[in-house]
Design a binder for this molecule. Structure first.
Ligand code: FES
Length: 156
């Protein structure tokens, strides 16, 4: 999806005059576009008076923000304590291998992006991943592969 300046301005302008708009405007852009396009920061400075360097600093400080495009399905693999002790690292590695991800987090067909995250808040289901807004628990590598193959099949 191409992101135009007009689209970004539509997302940024509602925050004019708001004190403390830095995080909310970044969240609004990311919620709508899936990431923060590089041109966002100059437009935030132009429209809201928040220095681009400050907005970029916030965007890169918090793990919730992404500055690169994501695939259609964002996979969040939890590596919080409960998931870690139940093998999340092995599952994450296996998922990355299965999706043929080497130096990148997004598949070449832009269907999947894999992200390692801290606790997803459902530790009793550990190990856990989310695909989009759907949570999958008690994962094994085989189970995670079946889930992702199901998403892949729907794309075919
Ligand atoms: S540690 Fe993974 S859901 Fe809490």
């Amino acid at each position: 999806m191409e992101v135009t300046a007009d689209r970004l301005l539509d997302l940024i302008r509602p925050f004019k005059g708001n004190d403390g708009a830095t995080i909310p405007v970044l969240q609004a852009i990311q919620t709508n576009l899936g990431y923060l396009p590089p041109e966002s920061f100059a437009l935030i400075e132009q429209e809201l008076g928040i220095p681009a360097s400050k907005a970029y600093g916030v965007a890169t400080f918090y793990a919730q923000f992404r500055t690169t495009p994501v695939g259609k399905h964002l996979i969040k693999v939890c590596d919080g304590t409960a998931c870690h002790v139940r093998g999340s690292v092995t599952i994450l590695t296996a998922i990355r291998d299965h999706l043929d991800l080497k130096d990148t987090d997004t598949t070449t067909d832009k269907v999947f992006t894999v992200q390692e995250v801290a606790c997803l808040g459902c530790c009793s289901l550990a190990p856990v991943m989310m695909v989009g807004e759907t949570t999958y628990g008690s994962l094994s590598f085989e189970k995670s592969r079946e889930i992702l193959d199901g998403y892949r099949a729907k794309e075919a």
